[in-house]
Design a protein around this ligand. Structure first.
Ligand code: NI
Length: 269
């Protein structure tokens, strides 16, 4: 692809990169389209560390420059994460959800390792408009990956997979051929797709205005500095939104549900 200059180009590039790591997403989109459904992207999730050089606000920059605005913030106590979501004034643009690992809640060893990784990335790379589609910007050995994974699946995922979407999300309200998430989930399972069942297949409820389910992450072979290893990569998410008291479709996220959704990359299909 030629140089990425616009937000539409960036979103396309992120999708192209994402389906290489998570081919099941394209398979699912094609299945929905065959049923005559329109597939709309509800949100894209990105992951980072709260390191001063690479925190949420740094990762969000290209989106802010493209008209996105900060909307909600979330704390995930159990996973030791903080997150923000961003919306674009144009309604058909996906929301951008960015989480960061709270490094201060982890061992000195983990913090030093993350610092070492981040220091390998030059400032010009971080400033690139398409930074969130570049993947892993540092060298990492399989041993370092395993070491991080002992303390945090999330830290190991960011270290190995890097800056690219953790998941895209189908906006279920737009799928006319399914009654709801339950029917959608059974359909996917019939097609042999494994869902994340940690905390139940459907996270959230009508009461909290958001229901979500997700696939288990695809496995992908990642080249580490010493060898290649197959690890969980990205997953595909499905979100159904409900109207709030004033009749507006809820646009936020529910921290309690997402806590379990984060586990979609703890193991893979
Ligand atoms: Ni999500």
């Amino acid at each position: 692809m030629s140089e990425v200059k616009t937000i539409d180009n960036l979103l396309e590039k992120m999708w192209a990169d994402y389906i290489k790591l998570n081919p099941q997403a394209q398979v699912i989109v094609d299945l929905f389209k065959e049923r005559g459904d329109e597939v709309v992207n509800d949100h894209i999730a990105l992951r980072t560390f709260n390191h001063p050089s690479l925190g949420i606000d740094v990762v969000a920059k290209p989106f802010i420059e493209s008209g996105y605005e900060e909307k909600g913030e979330y704390v995930f106590e159990e996973k030791k994460l903080y997150a923000k979501h961003f919306e674009h004034p144009k309604e058909d643009m996906p929301k951008i959800f960015i989480s960061e690992l709270k490094l201060e809640d982890f061992s000195q060893e983990l913090r030093d390792k993350v610092d070492e990784l981040v220091k390998q990335v030059d400032a010009d790379t971080i400033k690139r408009f398409d930074f969130t589609s570049l993947g892993r910007p540092w060298a990492l050995s399989s041993e370092e990956y395993e070491q991080l994974k002992k303390e945090s699946d999330y830290a190991a995922w960011v270290a190995a997979i890097g800056y690219r979407p953790n998941h895209f999300t189908v906006f279920v309200n737009k799928l006319k051929s399914f009654e709801g998430l339950e029917e959608l989930n059974s359909y996917l399972k019939d097609k042999g797709i494994k869902l994340n069942s940690s905390g139940g297949e459907i996270k959230g409820s009508k009461e909290v205005l958001l229901e979500q389910s997700s696939t288990l992450a695809d496995s992908v072979e990642i080249k580490f500095s010493d060898k290649s290893m197959t690890i969980p990569s990205c997953y595909f998410e499905f979100a159904k939104r409900y109207e709030d008291g004033s009749g507006n479709l809820y646009q936020g996220f529910v921290a309690k549900s997402a806590d379990k959704i984060f586990e979609s990359t703890s193991k893979s299909q």
